[in-house]
Design a protein around this ligand. Sequence first.
Ligand code: GRG
Length: 294
Amino acid sequence: MDLTSYLTRQRELVEATLDRLVPPATKPPARLHAAMRYSLLGGGKRLRPILVLAAAEAVGGAADPALPFACAMECIHTYSLIHDDLPAMDDDDLRRGRATCHKQFDEATAILAGDALLTLAFELAVRPVEGARPGVTLELITLLAQAAGSAGMVGGQMLDLDAEERAVDLVELQNIHIHKTGALIRAACVAGGQLGGGDAEQIRALKRYGEAIGLSFQITDDILDEVGDARVMGKNTGSDRKKSKATYPFLMGLTRAREEAERLTEAALGFLEPFPAGAEPLRALARFILSRTH
Ligand code: GRG
């Protein structure tokens, strides 16, 4: 399959839906809505929503009914980036090739924009899904809350902050990233499978696929921070080294880190073996996550 045109098509679909579902920048409080839209609609790979759509198709479902939930995932991801860039966290001034939200607006507005995107995500997630089995909405909201909250992404961020300025081994690093980055990626795969009407065995396989690509995504992220091109990535690189942060390349070396990401990608592809041809985009996405340059 032609992954580049698939990614472009899906990204445009997600962005058009986000544009429609997020309040216009002219609606009061205009500054807040402008900040939400600035961060949400200003680039990004849209990986998590595309995973939702691809997972729905992998189990034989349609992508369209899964779009609002896919957009909810992107709202949560964007909120995490806004808050992560704040002076109290990573203190970054560049994101997705533009000024970070607090630089473009101000800190208070950026905090509120993140809060409002997190809340909007749940508003989108409760939209009725055509053709979905009864009860699926409640399951998906629980999944989303657990993946985003203290048992998932936010918890992972706390573990990451707690680990600053002290030695971290591979087991601890893995645990941080399973939560901080992996939880949302895994939830995107599981949610897509549920929205597409997948059976229990397929959902289990999607969960394991999501776990494997979640870690390979983070290893690649660490490698790109070390050797990537800041212009292509649209954010500052070398920040992990500057902060003496434990990363996969730091603990394993670049070569072994690359091998580990390749091993995880192979494992992810293995979990998809029983899936029909509709899973081709998910297979291609696993390879894309490994070979991405931004
Ligand atoms: C502050 C609530 C809170 C959570 C922070 C996920 C996270 C937790 C922070 C993001 C910081 C970061 C660089 C994490 C590493 C992996 C990651 C999520 C990278 C960015 O995701 P991409 O590459 O970004 O999918 P785009 O811009 O393409 O959407």
